[in-house]
Design a protein around this ligand. Structure first.
Ligand code: CP
Ligand code: NVA
Length: 304
């Protein structure tokens, strides 16, 4: 049995990531075939949430159901994990009963520790540092609209957060250049930046970042867990909004993505989600397809 986890994009080779994305595109076209085949009948996905979610919860639960299995929602509010049961103990017990587990949590070290003690595949459904499942959906969306992203330029506007850091790893794994425009003090982690510096340019100017960009991406200014910093962040990020005017500096066929939920009037203008460049609704839907392909990849690896 080859136990594989998906904690960051670095857990797969570039070839495997391409394979997962191609499979996601295929699964999207063949939903009826997958439903009839029920390849993972009676397999159970544990879904541990220590933070809120709409897209991630629904796409994982719908996804495993379409594959013939069952999704079990486990909120930290109602489990012993939320009352301080050690992560290692929880991982040993839960993985003895489940076939695959996804976790949304705070510190990335929590999911690393869980995976270390799990006997089944563990998927990162967002930590403070990374959101790799979102990147599978984003890359699938780019491929569907424009073909390969290799050699292209991506502009990240805003916070150097979990989504930004996921785009940094994606720059290496998918072979694009990433321009990051963020205010001083809101950069991504220095060690991640140092290890990927050939693929990344940091600027203070959103206009500079979107120049020649094929894809423009942003995210909320205050992530989950940073709610009390909202006001201070609104000040720091003024001028870092993605809007119609900023998009005129990008390439004519540039796409716009946002993982959602979005805050209109903050990181995006009122109508940005409806802008001609916006593919956000397809991006959100692709969470379902990309994660089905990911679960298939990990479950098949575990059986091999
Ligand atoms: N993009 C995303 O992960 O959305 P949710 O927080 O709704 O899961
Ligand atoms: N950066 C955001 C992403 C939400 C999907 C957060 O962590 O809250």
């Amino acid at each position: 049995m080859a136990l594989r986890h998906f904690l960051t994009l670095n857990d797969c080779s570039p070839e495997e990531l391409d394979q997962i994305i191609q499979r996601a595109i295929e699964m999207k076209k063949d939903l009826a075939v997958i439903r009839d085949a029920e390849p993972f009948k009676r397999h159970v996905l544990g879904m541990i949430f220590e933070k809120s979610s709409t897209r991630t919860r629904v796409s994982f639960e719908a996804g495993i159901t379409q594959l013939g299995g069952h999704g079990m929602f486990l909120s930290s509010r109602d489990t012993q994990l939320g009352r301080g049961e050690p992560i290692a103990d929880s991982a040993k017990v839960l993985s003895s009963m489940l076939d695959i587990i996804m976790i949304r949590t705070f510190g990335h070290d929590r999911i690393e520790e869980f995976a270390e003690h799990s006997s089944v595949p563990v998927i990162n459904a967002l930590t403070d540092d990374y959101h790799p499942c979102q990147l599978l959906a984003d890359m699938q969306t780019y491929v569907e609209y424009r073909g390969s992203i290799k050699g292209k330029t991506v502009a990240w506007i805003g916070d150097g957060n979990n989504m930004c850091q996921s785009y940094m790893l994606a720059a290496k794994q998918f072979g694009f250049h990433l321009n990051i425009a963020c205010p001083e003090g809101f950069e991504p982690k220095a060690d991640i930046l140092e290890s990927l510096k050939d693929r990344i340019t940091i600027t203070r100017s959103p206009k500079e970042a979107v120049k020649n960009a094929d894809l423009v991406v942003t995210d909320v200014w205050a992530s989950m867990g940073q709610e009390e910093e909202q006001k201070q962040r609104e000040k720091a990020f003024a001028g870092f909004q993605v809007n119609e005017a900023l998009m005129t500096y990008a390439n004519d066929d540039a796409l716009f993505m946002h993982c959602l939920p979005a805050h209109r009037g903050e990181e995006i203008s009122e109508n940005m989600l409806e802008h001609a460049s916006s593919v956000v609704w397809h991006e959100a839907e692709n969470r379902l397809h990309a994660q089905k392909a990911l679960m298939e990849f990990l479950l098949l690896a575990a059986k091999s």
